[in-house]
Design a protein around this ligand. Sequence first.
Ligand SMILES: Nc1ncnc2c1ncn2[C@@H]1O[C@H](COP(=O)(O)OP(=O)(O)OP(=O)(O)O)[C@@H](O)[C@H]1O
Ligand SMILES: [Mg+2]
Length: 305
Amino acid sequence: MSNAIEIKDLKKTYPNNINALKGISLNIQNNDFYGLLGPNGAGKSTTISIIVSLVKKSSGQVIINGQDIDLDHSAAKQHIGIVPQEFNFNIFEPCQQIIINQAGYYGVERHIAEQRCDQLLSEVGLMDKKHLPAGSLSGGLKRRLMIARALIHQPSILILDEPTAGVDISLRRQMWQILKEKNQNGLTIILTTHYLEEAEQLCENIGIINHGQLIENTSKTGLLAQLNMESYLLFCDPIESFPQQSPFSIQQITNNKLEATLNSNQSISELIHYLTQHQITIHRIQNKVNRLEELFVNLTEGAPI
Ligand SMILES: Nc1ncnc2c1ncn2[C@@H]1O[C@H](COP(=O)(O)OP(=O)(O)OP(=O)(O)O)[C@@H](O)[C@H]1O
Ligand SMILES: [Mg+2]
């Protein structure tokens, strides 16, 4: 399958010398539903803003549907619809006008734009708000308006930066449904989120950014399996012989220290029993903090239910 987006060694230093991105490389396939996760300030919005040419990269390469954004800036932009983290429309303008104006920027003819606008407004459940000023919509509905606006030029890729931040659970579920349907109809979707549940519900593949680096890039199932594993450090008497074949994932760190990783079907008492049978005497066990788990606590803390 071809890549919708290829990012190579992307770096960004802001004028205040903040190294927001320290070399990110990432491929996102066509029709993927990709989730970009990471704590506040990790570099998610910076990455997205560079992809859509709102922020200038310091170095690296971004290729959208085979086109390098440095070489073909406008063509690359034509492929993408963006729903930014902050509301960025005129709140006094009616919903329909906001979408039609956007169509104009992309050169969509007015009569086509009007038809598409109605179609999109009904898809996102805003048809009855068509003539109302955007400022009169609730936060969740404003986000939906931004989705409709982002799709008016029929991009093949939709990028949403925290589309459900502060949106209540019922509106959030409705939005998930809209996005799922769009993805099933062939749209490539990339979103950033602080909600693990959202990534779990929607995403096929997940990347985690921390301090400007991509520290994880895997399938959702792979990531969930990792979160279910627990690692321990085991301090023992000097080990004379270490079993080569084992039902557990065990690594010998030093002469008297082992690291063992258990999946959700294995228990620590089974592990101790097994090691004792192999003449390994354990003195102390230390639960090793799972980096991913730690990150997720950070990500999901304070998430509204
Ligand atoms: N325009 C800017 N000028 C200077 N520094 C910036 C600018 N935008 C972002 N930064 C800094 O770059 C780093 C990455 O910020 P970014 O907005 O990309 O993070 P994020 O992962 O989107 O965070 P959040 O989850 O809070 O939205 C942060 O340290 C931030 O303070
Ligand atoms: Mg952000």
